[in-house]
Design a protein around this ligand. Structure first.
Ligand code: NGQ
Ligand code: ZN
Length: 454
C-alpha cells in the first residue's frame, strides 16, 4: 500500500479553524501529509495540539550576532548604527558558517514551535562581491540547513541593486548582496529547479531603496514574479519614509501600492510607519503585514497600527527576523504588549467582546504565515503538511486550563516553553523537548562561532 498511514493520532484538544476541537483524530501518511483518520484506536498524542507556526521573516546569519550589539557605541545608537555592526559581522560569513548557523537556528525554531521559515536571503556572493565558483553556494547552504533540521523552507532570494533611494551604487560592504536583473533571474530559475515538498522558492525585493526607480517596472512585470510569494521590506524606519517622500514624492507603502499590483501573494515586512489610508489600503489588497515585534523593538523601529489594521480586515503574520528572540510566544506577546503600552488599554488584538487575545493572534499568524510561505501549511487538515506541536501535559502552566483559557495561558503566562513534541513534514523532529540532531548541530555551531568571534 503506497499511501499507508504512517501514524494515526488522537488529541484531547486540536486547534482547528479558530477553535479547540475536542477528541480530534487525524492521520499522517508516509509522504508527510495529514489524512483522515482510518484507525479505530489512534494513538493518544497529547491534550493540546496546535498547527506549527510559520516564521515569515528570517535572516539566518544574524542569529550569530544576537546579543553582540547591545553595548552603546560612541554616539547615539540607532537602526543605522546596528546595521553597520551587522554588515561587519556579515562580511565574515561564508557557506560553511552559514550552514552551521542556520541549522542551529532552525533547530531552535522547531523547539520553539515554528515548523516553517521564510528565509529572506541576500548574502549571495563572496565578501568582496565576487560570485562564488558555484553562484548558488549560499542559498544551497540554507537549503541544506533546513533539511538537516527538518523545517519547511520558503527560500526568498533577494534582489538588491542600489544603496539608497537616490540610486547610489552599493557600498563596499553591500557588494556581496547585489545582482543585476538578469543575473538575479537566472539565480531564481536555478533555485526553482530545487523546489520540493519541503522547499519553496519565492521572490524578495530587499526594499524600495534597493531597487532603482528605473529598474522597478522591468522587475515587477517580469514573468518570474507572476507566481509564488513576493516579500519586501517596507517603511521600517522614519528615515526611509522621509527619503522616499523626498525622492519619489510618496511614502513607501503609498508608492508601492501605486506602482505594483499588490495582492495576497505579497508580504510587506515591517509595515511599521503607516498613515490610516495606507493601513486600510494594505488590508484591502489582501497582502500580509509581516510583523517582527521582538526585532522591531530591539532595533527601535516603532509600532504597527494593529487595531486599525485588524478592524479593516487585514492579514498578518510573524517573523523572528534578526533572531534576537526565537519564540512565537514572545513575538505574539510583544505584538499585543506594544499596543497596550502605547494605548494604555488591555486586550487590544481581541476586537470583540469575549474574544481571547491569544486565540485571535495565533489564528491570524497561522493564516498570514501560511499565505506568506506559499505552502499548504497552517492547519492540521487533510492534504496539509503534517506540521504540528504538542504542548506538555505536565506543564503547571496548563493545570486546570480548559478550551477557553489554554491558549492565553500558553501565550501569555509562561517563561518556560511548554512545546514538548514537534512533528514537521510527517517526522518527529522534537520529542520530549529535544531535537533529533541537536547535539551534533550545536557542536558544529560552537566551532563556527569560535572561528567567527573567538
Ligand atoms: C536586513 N534587517 O536586511 O537585514 C535589515 C536591515 C536594511 C531589518 N530591517 C538592513 N531588520 O534594512 O537595510
Ligand atoms: Zn528583514
Amino acid at each position: 500500500m503506497s499511501d499507508a498511514a504512517a501514524y494515526q493520532f488522537k488529541a484531547g484538544h486540536l486547534w482547528h479553524e479558530a477553535q479547540w476541537r475536542n477528541d480530534a483524530a487525524f492521520g499522517v501518511d508516509s509522504t508527510g501529509k495529514i489524512t483522515p483518520v482510518s484507525s479505530e484506536s489512534p494513538d493518544y498524542v497529547g491534550n493540546w495540539v496546535l498547527p506549527g507556526m510559520p516564521n515569515l521573516h528570517s535572516h539566518a546569519f544574524q542569529r550569530a550576532m544576537a546579543g553582540l550589539a547591545e553595548r552603546r557605541g560612541p554616539g547615539d545608537d540607532s537602526f543605522w548604527t546596528w546595521r553597520e555592526t551587522m554588515y561587519s559581522f556579515a562580511a565574515r560569513i561564508g557557506p560553511d558558517t552559514l550552514q552551521a548557523i542556520a541549522s542551529q537556528l532552525y533547530v531552535e525554531m522547531l523547539k520553539a514551535g515554528y515548523t516553517q521559515v521564510c528565509e529572506f536571503h541576500y548574502l549571495h556572493h563572496q565578501p568582496d562581491g565576487t560570485p562564488y565558483a558555484q553562484p548558488e553556494a549560499m542559498s544551497l547552504a540554507l537549503i541544506e540547513a533546513a533539511r538537516e533540521a527538518g523545517i519547511a523552507l520558503t527560500l526568498l532570494p533577494v534582489l538588491y541593486m542600489s544603496g539608497g533611494f537616490d540610486g547610489r551604487p552599493l557600498s563596499a560592504r553591500q557588494r556581496r548582496f547585489g545582482h543585476d536583473v538578469d543575473a538575479y533571474l537566472s539565480l531564481l530559475s536555478n533555485l526553482r529547479k530545487l523546489e520540493s515538498a519541503d522547499v519553496r522558492v519565492g521572490v524578495a525585493l530587499h526594499s524600495l531603496r534597493a531597487i532603482p526607480e528605473q529598474a522597478w517596472r522591468s522587475v515587477i512585470e517580469h514573468e518570474a514574479l507572476k507566481t509564488g510569494p513576493v516579500h519586501i521590506h517596507i517603511a521600517e524606519q522614519i528615515g526611509e519614509v522621509q527619503d522616499c517622500l523626498a525622492t519619489r514624492g510618496a511614502r513607501p507603502v503609498e508608492w508601492l501600492l501605486d506602482h505594483a499590483a499588490i495582492d495576497r501573494r505579497w508580504c510587506l515586512v515591517h509595515a511599521t510607519h503607516l498613515t490610516d489610508t495606507e493601513t486600510a489600503r494594505i488590508a484591502r489588497s489582501g497582502a500580509i503585514a509581516g510583523l517582527c515585534p521582538t526585532t522591531e523593538a530591539n532595533l527601535g523601529d516603532g509600532l504597527f497600527p494593529l487595531a486599525r489594521f485588524m478592524d479593516a480586515g487585514g492579514t498578518l503574520g510573524i517573523g523572528s527576523d534578526s533572531h534576537i528572540s526565537i519564540s512565537p510566544i514572545e513575538e505574539l506577546r510583544w505584538l499585543e504588549y506594544g499596543q497596550r503600552l502605547s494605548t494604555r488599554h488591555r486586550n487590544v488584538a481581541a476586537r470583540h467582546a469575549d474574544e481571547s487575545v491569544g486565540e485571535t493572534l495565533w489564528r491570524h499568524a497561522l493564516k498570514g504565515g501560511a499565505q506568506a510561505a506559499g505552502m499548504p501549511i497552517g492547519a492540521v487538515d487533510t492534504d496539509m503538511r503534517a506540521d504540528f506541536i504538542v504542548l506538555d501535559n505536565d506543564s503547571p502552566l496548563l493545570a486546570a486550563r480548559d478550551h477557553r483559557s489554554a491558549m492565553d495561558s500558553f501565550l501569555f503566562a509562561g517563561n518556560v516553553s511548554p512545546v514538548r513534541h514537534v512533528m514537521a513534514g510527517g517526522k518527529w523532529v522534537v520529542r520530549d523537548f529535544r531535537h533529533r540532531d541537536e547535539t551534533r548541530i550545536a557542536a558544529r555551531y560552537r566551532t563556527a562561532m569560535l572561528s567567527l568571534v573567538g
